[in-house]
Design a protein around this ligand. Structure first.
Ligand SMILES: C[S@@+](CC[C@H](N)C(=O)[O-])C[C@H]1O[C@@H](n2cnc3c(N)ncnc32)[C@H](O)[C@@H]1O
Length: 233
C-alpha cells in the first residue's frame, strides 16, 4: 500500500513536470501516433527505447488494439511506472518490458515495424554511444520502418540555444516554480555537459544518417527539444 502510494506520487510528479518542460508533450505523442498509423496499419510491433514511465504505452496502445510493444529501459523505478500503466490499461498481454539497454533485447526472428526513442539520447553522454544506440535501433527495424527520435538539441555556446533556454525557463516560472529552483536546474543539469549531453541538430541528423536512416525530417521543436522522423533503409 505504502509502496503503491509512493509509486503513484512519483508518477504524478513525473507526469506533471514533463508537461511543464514540454507543454506540447501530449500533442507530440498524438503527432507520432498519426504518422505511425498511416505507415503501419492495424498490426504492428513497436520497439520503445526508454519505455520507463509508460507514456508511449498509454498514448498509443489503447487506440491501436493490435499493436504490440517491446520496451527497453535500464531504470527499474521508471519501468515500474510503465508496468503499473500497462496493468491499469489492461494491455499487459501486448507489452513486454525489459530492464536494460538495447543489447539486452532477446534474440528474435522478426524485426520491429517501428521504433521510438523519446527523451533518451541526451542522457547518453558519449557521441559514439549515441551512434551505437541509433545503429542498433536501425538494425532491429524492418526495411523502411519508421523511427521517431526526440531529444534536447543545440549548441550551448550559441545565442540561439540561450534564447530557447529562456523560453524553456519561462514554462517553469509561469508554473510558479521559484526562480532559484529553475536556475539550479539550468546550472546543475541543462548547462552541465556531465549531466546532459546536448548536441547540435546537424550532428543529430548526421548520426541518424550514419546509422543508416533515410528521409530524416525534423517535425517538432519546442523549448529545448526537437523531434525527427526517419526510416530504416
Ligand atoms: C525522461 S525519461 C523518458 C521516458 C519516456 N520515453 C517518456 O517520454 O516519458 C528517459 C528515460 O530514458 C531511460 N534511459 C536512459 N538511458 C537509456 C538507454 N541507454 N537505453 C534505454 N533507455 C535509457 C531512462 O532510464 C529514463 O527512463
Amino acid at each position: 500500500m505504502t509502496e503503491d502510494l509512493t509509486l503513484d506520487a512519483k508518477m504524478a510528479t513525473y507526469e506533471k513536470n514533463t508537461r511543464i518542460s514540454i507543454p506540447s508533450y501530449d500533442s507530440l505523442f498524438a503527432m507520432i501516433q498519426s504518422y505511425y498509423r498511416v505507415q503501419l496499419g492495424e498490426n504492428a510491433s513497436l520497439l520503445v527505447i526508454g519505455a520507463g514511465g509508460g507514456n508511449e504505452l498509454s498514448a498509443w496502445a489503447p487506440s491501436n488494439p493490435k499493436w504490440t510493444f517491446t520496451g527497453v529501459d535500464p531504470s527499474k523505478e521508471m519501468l515500474k511506472m510503465a508496468k503499473h500503466k500497462a496493468v491499469e490499461l489492461g494491455i499487459e498481454n501486448r507489452v513486454s518490458l525489459i530492464q536494460g539497454k538495447i543489447d539486452d533485447l532477446p534474440r528474435q526472428n522478426s524485426k520491429f515495424d517501428a521504433a521510438s526513442c523519446i527523451l533518451v539520447l541526451h542522457f547518453i553522454d558519449d557521441v559514439q554511444e549515441k551512434l551505437k544506440l541509433l545503429g542498433s535501433i536501425k538494425d532491429n527495424l524492418k526495411s523502411g520502418a519508421p523511427f521517431v527520435l526526440v531529444s534536447a538539441y543545440g549548441d550551448r555556446d550559441d545565442a540561439e540555444f540561450q534564447d530557447r533556454l529562456n523560453v524553456w525557463k519561462s514554462f517553469f516560472l509561469d508554473a510558479v516554480w521559484e526562480s532559484s529552483k529553475v536556475d539550479e536546474m539550468v546550472n546543475g543539469s541543462i548547462m552541465n555537459p556531465m549531466k546532459i549531453s546536448i548536441i547540435p541538430e546537424n550532428q543529430i541528423e548526421r548520426l541518424l544518417a550514419e546509422s543508416g536512416f533515410t528521409n530524416i525530417t525534423k517535425f517538432y521543436s519546442t523549448g529545448l527539444f526537437g523531434g525527427w522522423i526517419c526510416h530504416g533503409d
